[in-house]
Design a binder for this molecule. Sequence first.
Ligand code: ATP
Ligand code: MG
Length: 586
Amino acid sequence: MERAPIRKGPFPGNIEPNLQDYAKVRAEFSWEAIRGELDGLPDNMGLNMAHEAVDRHATGPRAQKAAMRWLGKDGTVLSLSYCQLMEMSNRFANALRELGVAKGKRVFVLTGRIPPLYITALGTLKHLSVFCPLFSAFGPEPIYQRLARGDAKVLVTTEPLYGQKVAGLRTRLPGLKHILLTDAGDHTGSGVWSLEKLMCAVSPQYTIPPTDPEDMAILHFTSGTTGMPKGAVHVHDAVCTHYMTGKYVLDLHPDDVFWCTADPGWVTGTSYGIIAPLVCGVTSVVDESDFEPERWYRILEAEKVSVLYTAPTAIRRLMRMDMEPRRKVGLDQLRLIHSVGEPLNPEAVLWGQRVLGLPIHDNWWQTETGGIMIANFPSVDIRPGSMGLPVPGIEAAVAHRPDADTLVLIEAPNVQGELVLKVGWPSMFRGYLHEKERYRKCFAGGWYVTGDLVRRDEDGYFWFVGRADDVIKTSGQLVGPFEVERVLMEHPAVVEAAVIGKPHPMFGEVVKGFICLKTGIEPSDALRLEILGFARKRLGAVVAPKELQFHHNLPKNKAGKIMRRLLKAREMGLPEGDTSTLEGRE
Ligand code: ATP
Ligand code: MG
């Protein structure tokens, strides 16, 4: 059952969107024109992400503007201007030079969301080393895996994290030469340095070396939702996508205060938590703390956040609270909310409209795509439950892949198939590190095959069906998990749902659902039957879940994604596979 579209305009705050006419912008779009809106290094010395993010603003009228507003766990608030961010990242680049860290070498960061993370990222990009962010909540093994596979040369971390998680790994990591501690007063030898001392000893001036747009810039591991995380390689040219999507999708305007709630350990927190807002020259809010609804509402009000970019998990947790935020906090300045990472159920889009006064704009992308590829735009009507339309410069299609080298595009609307993207956008990953063959297999006939199943309706809107790995085969029919999950989430008692295919001797698989209930609602057999009946009425007997299990929390990884493969392994009594990215709370 599809919901009525949400019609757009007039726009909150009367701010006209950057993209007003989707068809026109798409038709006239060229990446060259986008490059032209960026600065480029002086004297045609190439394109460097950090120059576009910081230096070009720091040497212009935005020099004293707050680039970043950092909100510490203990209540500290730190504003860094574009000029300060330039000087600090210059110092970090100089520190790398002093240590003899060369172009292309990997600089990992394991710190939590504190200012040195952001300074390190930008300084690393300036020095043409490669920025590799990690979640600070990772345990020693996932840290080891990534440092080893990523050929870490430098690690920026804190004293406690080093002591608890890294010191014991060093003998297994002979290539890891330098540990830079953000909170140490002094160098302690064995390649363990005080970051502050190193940075104080070098100049705040740094000239970015000539940068080929194809130079490696970022190594980002995928979230590990479907298996072992892959190391996706990105280049400096990706900044064109960051800028373009910041402008047209996030709709950043000069006076915006933007808050991307993601941790840089997840690609959203890097592309949109660090690079895009700076490239667009706005003020970016960074909160050190983890999700907490009351705190979030307070930040939105106190920081006057105008554009929020978050994830379905967080939105559903706010929904679960059933608060009336507009009565308690001033959200007048908030004009846009975006979401990414998981399918956003129509209920959540409409909840935004009802409770926050703004619909939630879903968009789709992956670590591999480096930036937003399909989106709901501020000026385009929203079809709740749809991921939206391809962004300018991106050709998206639905396809079958009968064999590894063949791709057959599906022209007819509303047919399920794999989402594919025409090769050649700037932020496309340039490899899976050390996995050439795996990378090659992602491409066929000039298209990148995403591994996600979708359908496209007659007006070109894309609808997420499920990951190809998660699709359920029951009674000869292919069932996309999201189709079932969104219906379960329409039941007033259900706030979150995941479904899997459970092997069955007669039907191949049957659909099994796992659900979380709204705060205050108790699980019972009667409620289970009611929800099963509710789903059957809407989905029909074949597609509807046959079994339903209540969960307090569904297993999620650190990017907040539900790990269906884990639910399935547990259901079948099989080994759980790589659980290194699993969130602690379950
Ligand atoms: P791994 O590749 O290691 O299994 P992952 O795919 O979860 O992990 P990411 O690159 O962080 O790693 O996530 C991208 C995936 O998240 C997409 O391929 C898609 O399955 C899902 N996703 C992202 N945004 C959306 C969205 N708006 N709607 C539905 N699914 C989404
Ligand atoms: Mg993936």
